[in-house]
Design a protein around this ligand. Structure first.
Ligand code: PLP
Length: 366
């Protein structure tokens, strides 16, 4: 859809994009410029600046109740590299990776890159795609190397409850598999306290935490993320990271320190804007005939069921062609995403209004 939208020579309402519409706050940019001017233009330690790992450790503790020492982190080139390293270090050739879906498409590709076999476990739309622990646990056996839990979820915005997540970690630990907790959206949790899975589980030795500056700090282009977990495993991971990328970009690491240690007002203002947009989208969808979606508890996505004929790609193409609205087709998020569309509310209220008007009109006039 992205390519189709780029090729169209007219203004479109772009609600398919999975990144904040805000530029990085000024003090973050300044910190990077200052670092570069001060000669911080060299490699850092492979695991990342200790000062940054300490900032990550403090931030996760303060905001999400997660207690990792700074040495339990490796700073990566975005959450994407963190996930890749997590897969490479936990998945053996032919090992299975259990993926509750709908889920971010990279879990499939990253599993295969690591030589593993993805095992999709679809969750139910009726429960708002809540984590069905029983179903996930049924899919875990001695062939399982890893289980991915993404909360808040891309694409559904669902935040999983503690209990089913704890049950899944316990089952994974029993089979000596790791849970990969993708928490890149944890800072964008609404109406409930954001708690990291590492704070909830009695099996921290079987858990890896994936985090990132990308979403909550509007820093997608800086490529700073992290992988947290048991020290021995993180030491191994750091060796792979050293062989492939050496370290995350140095000035970007200084920018990340500023994001976490600097003024939090600009970050809170972005959060408030996302919260307002989320309410707007939820209210509009609730009031619409022929469109439903579970209210998102986190991230900046609503996963829509739009009452139009055809596959999710057919519907997405029709909305683009006839209503100038671009959404991401749900098929890409696995079997449970078939027929659905992901709407990103990382866009202005004005654009959201236009987009939702277009969707409403398409359904009404179908
Ligand atoms: N995990 C999820 C669920 C995502 O949606 C993304 C990006 O869209 C990432 C991880 C990786 O983000 P980044 O590499 O920008 O930190």
């Amino acid at each position: 859809m992205f390519d189709l939208a780029e090729a169209a020579d007219r203004d479109l309402v772009r609600l398919e994009v999975g990144e904040p519409d805000f530029d990085s706050p000024e003090h973050i940019v300044e910190a990077a410029v200052d670092a570069a001017r001060a000669g911080e233009t060299h490699y850092t330690s492979n695991a990342g600046l200790l000062e940054l790992r300490a900032a990550i450790s403090d931030t996760l503790d303060r905001e999400f109740g997660v207690e990792y020492d700074p040495e339990q982190f490796v700073v990566t080139n975005g959450g994407m590299e963190a996930l890749h390293l997590a897969m490479l270090s936990t998945v053996e050739d032919g090992g299975e990776v259990v993926i509750p879906s709908p889920a971010w498409p990279n879990y499939w590709t990253q599993t295969r890159l690591a030589g593993g076999v993805p095992v999709e476990v679809p969750m139910d739309e009726e429960t708002g795609y809540a984590l069905d622990a029983e179903r996930v646990i049924d899919a875990i056996d001695d062939d399982t190397d890893a289980v991915v839990l993404c909360s808040p979820s891309n694409p559904t915005g669902q935040v999983f409850d503690a209990e089913p997540m704890q049950a899944v970690v316990a089952a994974a630990a029993e089979h000596d598999a790791y849970v990969l907790a993708d928490e890149v959206y944890l800072g964008l949790t609404y109406d409930r306290d954001p708690v990291g899975l590492a704070a909830l589980t009695g099996h921290p030795d079987h858990l890896l935490t994936i985090g990132s500056c990308s979403k909550a700090y509007a820093m997608t282009g800086w490529r700073v993320g992290w992988l947290g977990g048991p020290t021995e495993l993180i030491d191994e991971v750091t060796k792979i990271h050293e062989s492939t990328t050496a370290c995350a970009g140095t000035v970007a690491q200084y920018a990340a320190i500023a994001a976490m240690r600097g003024p939090q007002e600009p970050i809170a203002a972005m959060y408030d804007a996302f919260a307002e947009r989320r309410e707007y989208v939820a209210d509009r969808v609730d009031a619409m005939d022929g469109v439903t979606a579970p209210t998102p508890d986190g991230a900046f996505y609503a996963f829509l069921d739009v009452d139009l004929p055809g596959s999710s790609l057919d519907i997405a193409k029709r909305l683009l062609r006839e209503r100038d609205v671009v959404l991401a087709p749900g098929d890409g998020f696995g079997d449970a995403g078939k027929g659905k569309l992901r709407l990103s509310f990382a866009n202005s209220l004005e654009q959201l209004e236009k987009g939702l008007d277009g969707i409403e009109a398409a359904v009404r006039e179908a």
